[in-house]
Each structure stands twice: as C-alpha cells, then as structure tokens.
Design a protein around this ligand. Structure first.
Ligand SMILES: Nc1nc2c(ncn2[C@@H]2O[C@H](COP(=O)(O)OP(=O)(O)OP(=O)(O)O)[C@@H](O)[C@H]2O)c(=O)[nH]1
Length: 365
C-alpha cells in the first residue's frame, strides 16, 4: 500500500477510445482550459513515428510520447519509467510542477492492463492515483466497432465518462441507439455527445474517490451504485434458460440473431448487502473470485460495511489485482449497506451472487 494518502498523490486521467474516435481532438480542446493547467501529457502511439504530440499544440517538456508499441501490452514498463521520470524531474524542478497527468492510449489498447499498472505498480502508485477513465466512442462507427472489436467494448465498459464524438455526422436515431447500447454496457458512466472535442474539462476530471472541490472522499459520486438498479437486473421472473455463456439479463433485449455482439459477454451490476461483513471472510471470497475469474473481472469497486468498523471501507480491483482497501473517514449518509459494483466479462451476475451467498448467508440447519 502507498504511504501517501490518496489525496496527495497526483491524479491520472486515462483517455481511451477506439482508433480514430477523437482522443487527440479531445486532448487538443482540453489542454488550453484553465482546469487543465499544470497537466503533464503522456501520449502513446502505435507505430514507429509518433504524430499525435505534434497535433496537440502545447507540446512541451511535459509531453511524453511513447511510441513503437501499445501501452496495454509491449511497453507497460515504459509507462512506469515515464511516470517515474516525470515525477523525479518535477521534484528536481527540471520541469514544471504539474498537478495532473493525462495519458492518451492507442485506439487498440485494452484499458485494463493500463489501469492495472497505474494501481498496482509500487513506484507508480506511490506518487500517482488513477482519477478516471474517459472513453471516446465514434457515433458513426461506434456500433460496428462494438460489434467487432472486444477492445472497444472494454474501453466503454470501464469508462467513468463516455464521450460520444462525431454526433454531427450521424443520424439522430443511430446516435440514440448507440447511446442506449452504451448505457446498458456501462450504466454508471455519464454519456456526453460532443463535437470536435469540445467539452468543459470539469465534466471529465475528478471522477475518482477523492473530490478536490469538496476536499472529501465522495463515495456516492465514485460508486454510482444506484445507476445499476434501473437496468433490468432483477432475477425473480422465472427465467428458465441456462446461463452457461455468461449471458447477463441486462442484455436480454438485444437482437438474438446478432451473434457478434460482444456486449453480451460484458455484464455490469451491483451487489447490495444489508448486514455487516466479516472482513476475513470477505478477503477469502475475493481471493477465491480472483483466482477463479481474475482475468474476467474487468472492474470492481465498492464500499463495505465491515463488522466491528464504525466507518466504511472502499475497495477497488482490476482483474487479478485487488487494490489495498481504503478506510474512509465516515459514511457519506445514513445508508449503511455494502455496495459492490462489478464489470465482468463472461461471468453472469448469478455466478457472483451465488458465490457471495455461499460465503455470507448463514447455512441452514
Ligand atoms: N465531424 C467531426 N469530426 C471529428 C470529431 N471528433 C474528431 N473528429 C475527426 O476525426 C478524426 C480522428 O480524430 P482523432 O482525434 O485524431 O482521433 P484519435 O482517437 O486520436 O485517433 P487515433 O489516435 O488514431 O486512435 C480527425 O479528422 C478529427 O478531426 C467530431 O466530433 N466531429
């Protein structure tokens, strides 16, 4: 665990989104805004020659281009080195005192390993904290990309904010259908339709647990667990079909003939539990889950009511990584339920729920 409190580490925003979906255009419009002052930018390009940094006008010493590979696979070590070197140069005063980092991934990046590195690498997580993931989705090509490219599904599924770009080029019904699909894929992320990257940076920043404006840990905003309750996850209606392909109820109204839809492999849901949880049992359950399903646990976050603790514990996981829990100073309101949000691939809600109950429901007889 990092010695630095979460509030003192430098926030990192990750901009991801499929090829050509408008990441660089967005960055170009964000960087001149006052809310983005003192931002260091790390741009990752696929291929030998980086171009995007030339397109982002205020390229400077704070802009680092990682080329010749995709951030998610070949050059993860470079990301660690880059973030570390930026931090050391900042401390030495050889570059300005940046207060935020923005990483633009390549369009083909699977975002999970990038988040992994940010949260897991001891050197990185000592100095930085993941603030949020911003995903651009192309209104013209997005539907097709979601059908064909699993990366684009994952990019949308793990987003904290989704930006629908190029809606000026797509017919309204097409934009609405895409928005609807994205809402099912990721119920908690607000979706903004934008044109040519134009959006107020304040809408995108500070998506994390810590809210710099109120200087407090803002659990409700971070977790948005309530967003999952309206999306058809109820399980009391006598579904008798078998869920052996990880098909989730949230997607039951998709076109059954469209076998290519990756979204049916992705499920987003929240578990809610009204009794205090035994911490040792919880850790045992999570470890079991990670051992069995780690790769497909795309994202997990929650706030727990732990037996014997007066205040809540925030948890955060990405695939095989379970981040050190954070003890929050107090409950945000009178609701003392534990809430855990899951974004999974090929794991149905029932699987998680059944395993949770097997650990926490008192055994009959
Ligand atoms: N009409 C229109 N064009 C846009 C919009 N957003 C981006 N574009 C254009 O889309 C093209 C691709 O945009 P980029 O910002 O380079 O996309 P990118 O995601 O950075 O691309 P890669 O780094 O190759 O993955 C450019 O020609 C942009 O001008 C938009 O909202 N409307």
């Amino acid at each position: 665990m990092s010695d630095q409190p979460a509030t003192e580490r430098i926030p990192v925003s990750v901009i991801t989104g499929f090829l050509g979906s408008g990441k660089t255009t967005l960055l170009k419009h964000l960087l001149p805004q006052p809310a983005m002052a003192d931002t260091a930018v790390v741009i990752n390009e696929f291929g030998d020659v980086g171009l995007d940094h030339l397109l982002v006008e205020n390229s400077s010493d704070d802009t680092v281009v990682l080329s010749s590979g995709c951030l998610c696979c070949t050059i993860r070590g470079d990301l660690v080195d880059t973030l570390r070197s930026l931090f050391l140069r900042r401390r030495k005063g050889s570059i300005p005192q940046f207060k935020r980092v923005v990483i633009e991934t390549t369009g083909l990046a699977d975002p999970a390993p990038v988040l992994h590195t940010l949260m897991q690498d001891p050197l990185v997580s000592e100095c930085y904290r993941l603030d949020g993931v911003i995903t651009t989705v192309d209104a013209v090509n997005g539907m097709d990309q979601l059908d064909r490219q699993m990366e684009s599904v994952k990019q949308a599924a793990v987003a904290d904010r989704i930006l629908l770009t190029k809606s000026d080029l797509a017919a309204a019904p097409k934009v609405e259908a895409l928005q609807e699909r994205l809402r099912k894929l990721n119920p908690a992320a607000p979706i903004h339709a934008i044109r040519d990257g134009r959006i107020d940076a304040a809408e995108l920043l500070n998506a994390g647990l810590y809210n710099p404006e109120t200087k407090s840990l803002d659990v409700r905003r971070w977790l948005k667990a309530e967003a999952y309750s309206d999306h058809g996850h109820d399980h009391d209606h006598g579904h008798d079909h078998h869920h052996d392909h990880g098909h989730d109820h949230a997607h039951r109204d998709q076109d059954p003939h469209d076998v290519n839809r990756h979204d049916s492999r992705i499920a987003a849901f929240a578990l809610d539990w009204d009794r205090p949880l035994d911490w040792a049992t919880f850790v045992e359950w999570i470890e079991m889950l990670i051992t069995g399903h780690g790769e497909n646990l795309l994202r997990l976050k929650g706030i727990l009511n732990v037996a014997g603790e007066d205040s809540p514990i925030a948890i955060h996981g990405v695939q095989h990584l379970f981040h050190p829990p954070i003890a929050l100073p107090a409950w945000p309101d009178s609701d003392r339920h534990s809430r855990i949000v899951f974004i999974t691939r090929d794991i149905a809600r029932e699987t998680i729920e059944t395993s949770f109950r097997s650990f926490f429901m008192p055994k009959a007889g």
